[in-house]
Design a protein around this ligand. Structure first.
Ligand code: DAH
Length: 394
């Protein structure tokens, strides 16, 4: 009788739980496994048999539910959320596994096994889907990031060369074509190289011609590119063929003078160099920059580091001397272009060259001035104000 009563109570208990499971499953809810745990504990205490079939069923139902959800997951983020929900620390499955420890010993293997199997199934499903989604997401990313190389490009605003630099390039190109090397020097120069070595000793009146920015300790802002001649000759044996573009500085400011301006220096030292070489070379340079028809003429002049010294004029490339009202040459027919001369023997000796064996010519020109003439610009200050409306015209 007692046995029958116990059996009835067991059936009542388990069937009550079975009913809950069925209802929960129908409503898509999870079964409250802790309730089962409680019931199971009570049953065990009362010496009753625990019916674990429903828990086992719930475990596989959970696994199935997880698998369905995992298969439907559309992103790695969603998949991760599901993983936490089904396998995480507060998931039903974890609760189920905790429960195993509370169960009577004989009930443990079956429930534990079911929980493990459910976990394995879920993990397998997660892994498969994770692999699928990773591939899909990478493909999607590649698709969305794909570049259509046939699309027209975005036009990039093009800069242009400064008028002075255009002239510098033309002149340097010409001399490089003749085999000259480009040499450069510092803008802060020693008094010795800027003046003394060029035959302008301290106290010489010629120094006052160049409104110098003096710095401390015998340094100056170079007033000319001529010190590059000295630097080059001190560093090598003749023959020398160099052209040296660079910035120069003088305390001067008006429509045709700016405190910073450009010069291009040239130097050729070799055996047998004459004034004829100088004239021929500079005439070819003038034709290269101003046009095939220009002529050149030399006028006597004075520079401390050349003897004889000359200035070179170029025939007006606009009117050719025919227009008395010409805006470029003002009717003169000639344009002053540069200073030049045969290198003074004193300068050659100063750098250790033998003036009996070697002669040379040198010249110095102002590319800013040349650009003013070439492009018809009357105010030199425009060159250095950085006004784009001006610069865009070149
Ligand atoms: N350095 C001179 C100046 O600034 C220009 C010059 C004249 C350079 C004659 C030379 C030269 O090399 O031979 O006025």
């Amino acid at each position: 009788m007692a046995r029958l009563a116990r059996e009835a109570a067991r059936l009542a208990n388990t069937s009550k739980f079975a009913e809950q499971v069925r209802q929960a499953a129908e409503a898509g809810r999870h079964v409250d496994v802790s309730k089962f745990a409680e019931q199971a504990r009570q049953a065990a205490e009362a010496g009753r048999h625990v019916d674990q079939t429903q828990v086992v069923a719930e475990a596989s139902r959970l696994a199935e539910q997880a698998q369905t959800a995992v298969k439907a997951a559309n992103s790695l983020a969603e998949l991760e959320r599901l993983r936490v929900e089904y396998l995480g620390r507060s998931s039903q499955l974890t609760e189920l596994r905790r429960l195993v420890r509370e169960l009577p010993v004989e009930a443990r293997p079956q429930v534990g096994g079911a929980a493990n199997k459910a976990a394995q199934n879920m993990e397998g499903a997660f892994e498969t889907r994770w692999a699928e989604l990773t591939v899909a997401e990478r493909e999607e990313r590649l698709r969305s990031e794909a570049v259509d190389v046939t699309l027209p490009g975005v036009p990039y605003p093009k800069g242009s060369l400064h008028p002075s630099m255009r002239v510098v390039d033309e002149v340097v190109d010409f001399f490089v074509g003749l085999g000259y090397r480009v040499a450069e020097g510092p803008e802060v120069e020693t008094d010795y190289l800027n003046f003394t070595a060029l035959n302008i000793p301290p106290g010489h009146p010629a120094r006052t011609m160049q409104d110098t920015f003096f710095l401390d300790e015998g340094l100056v802002l170079r007033t000319q590119t001529s010190p590059i001649q000295i630097r080059t000759m001190l560093s090598q044996e003749p023959p020398v063929y160099i052209v040296s573009p660079g910035k120069t500085y003088r305390r001067d400011s008006d429509p045709t003078h700016t405190p910073m301006f450009h010069q291009i220096e040239g130097l050729a030292v070799d055996r047998g160099i004459t004034l004829a070489h100088l004239k021929g070379t500079l005439a070819a340079m003038a034709r290269h920059v101003f046009g095939e028809d220009v002529k050149v003429r030399l006028r006597p002049s004075y520079f401390q580091f050349t003897e004889p010294s000359v200035e070179l004029d170029v025939s007006c490339f606009v009117c050719g001397g025919a227009d008395p009202k010409c805006k470029v040459c003002k009717g003169a027919g000639w344009l002053e272009m540069l200073g030049a001369g045969m290198v003074d023997p004193t300068v050659l000796s100063e750098v250790g060259y033998d003036p009996e064996e070697f002669t040379g010519f040198a010249f110095g020109m102002g590319p800013d001035r040349m650009a003013m003439v070439k492009y018809g610009i009357s105010d030199l200050r425009l060159f250095f104000e950085g006004d784009l409306r001006f610069l865009r015209q070149f």
